[in-house]
Design a protein. Structure first.
Ligand code: SAH
Ligand code: SF4
Ligand code: F3S
Length: 462
């Protein structure tokens, strides 16, 4: 496709005349993949593509994949098996289908994916999807699979369209990507590359566009978001706290969150922002992974339990109603019963409002996968169920503690049942409320009357 010789006007004409096509996007993994999927959809819109939920009518299928645990990768390959059938059926009906694998499996496995699953026409890593229309055209014209997994010199963000298409009143904004921490269990530094922070002016523009489209709550994303150090308008690196305060000035944006943070990078100015920046929500996801110092050291987490405890105490001093969420890995190589018991103790001590719990999954190329002392699967399973049980109780206690309180709820969408809407509490947990559809996009006080393990319900206070 030769766009270089055309004027912008003829590009527009071409876009208007492009035959209507459908794309089906399935997103695995973390919120950053959700953000990337939205950007890929936006990139394809000028080529005539609109989204469909029916894979059978899709001219383009994108699997935006996750490499974090073995299970996540297996899901991709089993999906590709089914997609082969769909592609064959469509071919029999005289229709072409381009199948693309994007995301972290694409980055980690590259050409191997197309070898293992020949149905795949395109493999594109998380740092190179800005050229998606060209890559698709290349796959179509050559009939051979195309693999693009370079980390380009120029960052992808500067090449993505500024216009965003917000679908709801909440949105994600990637502010930082990649990670230099190299926890010994984790693939992210290999799949997302070195840490990179976007500039404050670029982020302010994108956030303003989203606010103009009705976004009220923005979640800033980064694999290591509190290590953010993007260039400010004054040419100096700005911290996440400074960025948050800048974005808080945008009219219409009422709520800010950020995820995921590393305990080592909870700086004093960020902690202070939790105390005095009203738009910053009182909910923090701060992964700890284990309650035992020896395991944290083997994980190369670069912090101890005492340090984690201190950070939590400081943030709670700044913002007493802060709810803390975390991630745990059970069965890291060499983890003893006693060390696992220390994880259970930490749950009780910190009083997490929520936790994501995982069995350790050895990942190719990571240092921990080569350790000798791998924990047997049944032991991991047993530890996971004990941790889950403890966390379920704690989470239910947290949601129950909100009953009787009046919380500001941001209404997002219709709920199950006539006349019901679902909104978000400051603590993330969804709240079901009887309210007119006109409340969507509004923040209104709700008295919480009942709580389930992961959801709330209540009545509007008017
Ligand atoms: N950047 C974030 C998220 C990393 S992935 C962070 O630092 O927290 C999200 C979670 O997946 C991690 O916090 C960890 O708990 C889990 N995870 C990562 N690698 C894993 C592995 N090999 N096995 C099991 N869980 C893993
Ligand atoms: Fe992975 Fe550790 Fe980086 Fe998080 S901080 S992305 S767990 S290497
Ligand atoms: Fe998965 Fe990549 Fe996110 S491995 S968790 S999709 S950064």
């Amino acid at each position: 496709m030769d766009t270089v010789t055309k004027s912008p006007a003829s590009d527009v004409l071409e876009a208007e005349q492009a035959p209507a096509k459908k794309m089906y996007v399935k997103t695995f993994g973390c919120q950053m993949n959700v953000y990337d999927s939205e950007r890929m959809t936006e990139l394809m819109a000028p080529q005539g593509y609109s989204e469909t939920a029916d894979i059978g009518e899709a001219d383009l299928v994108i699997l935006n994949t996750c490499h974090i645990r073995e299970k996540a990768v297996e899901k991709v390959y089993s999906d590709l098996g089914r997609i082969r059938q769909t592609k064959d059926e469509r071919r029999s009906a005289g229709k072409q289908t381009v199948v693309a694998v994007a995301g972290c499996v694409a980055q980690a496995e590259g050409a191997e994916i197309a070898r293992r699953a020949p149905v795949v026409d395109l493999v594109v890593g998380p740092q190179s999807y800005q050229t998606l229309p060209d890559l698709i055209a290349r796959a179509q014209s050559t009939g051979r699979s195309v693999v693009e997994t370079h980390f380009p010199e120029q960052d992808k963000f500067s090449q993505l369209p500024i216009a965003r298409t917000a679908k709801t009143t909440t949105a994600f904004l990637t502010v930082q990507e990649g990670c230099d921490k190299f926890c010994t269990f984790c693939v992210v530094p290999y799949t997302r590359g070195m840490e990179y922070s976007r500039t404050v002016s670029e982020l302010t523009r994108e956030a303003e566009k989203l606010a103009e489209q009705g976004v009220r709550e923005l979640t800033l994303l980064g694999q290591n978001v509190n290590a953010y150090h993007g260039e400010g308008p004054d040419g100096t690196p700005w911290s996440l706290a400074k960025l948050l305060r800048r974005l808080a000035q945008i009219d219409g944006l009422e709520r800010l969150r950020y995820t995921t943070s590393h305990p080592r990078d909870m700086s004093d100015d960020l902690i202070a922002a939790h105390g005095d920046e009203q738009k910053l929500m009182p909910f923090l996801h701060l992964p700890v992974q284990s309650g035992a110092d020896r395991i944290l050291a083997a994980m190369n987490r670069k912090h101890t339990i005492a340090e984690y405890r201190r950070v939590i105490a400081k943030i709670r001093a700044a913002r007493p109603d802060l709810a803390v969420s975390t991630d745990f890995i059970v069965g890291f190589p060499g983890e003893t019963d006693d060390e696992f018991a220390q994880t259970l103790d930490l749950v009780d001590e910190i009083g997490f409002a929520q936790a994501f719990t995982f069995k350790y999954s050895p990942r190719p190329g990571t240092p921990a996968a080569k350790l000798g002392d791998q924990v047997p699967e049944p032991v991991k399973t047993e530890r996971l169920s004990r941790l889950l049980e403890r966390m379920d109780r704690q989470q239910s206690a947290f949601t129950a503690s909100l009953v009787g309180r009046t919380l500001p709820v941001l209404f997002e969408k219709a709920g199950r049942g006539e006349g019901k809407l679902v909104g978000r509490s400051p603590y993330m947990f969804p709240v079901t409320v009887e309210a007119r559809a006109g409340f969507i996009g509004e923040i209104a006080p709700v008295r919480i009357s009942a709580a389930g393990p992961a959801s709330l319900s209540g009545e509007l206070v008017v």
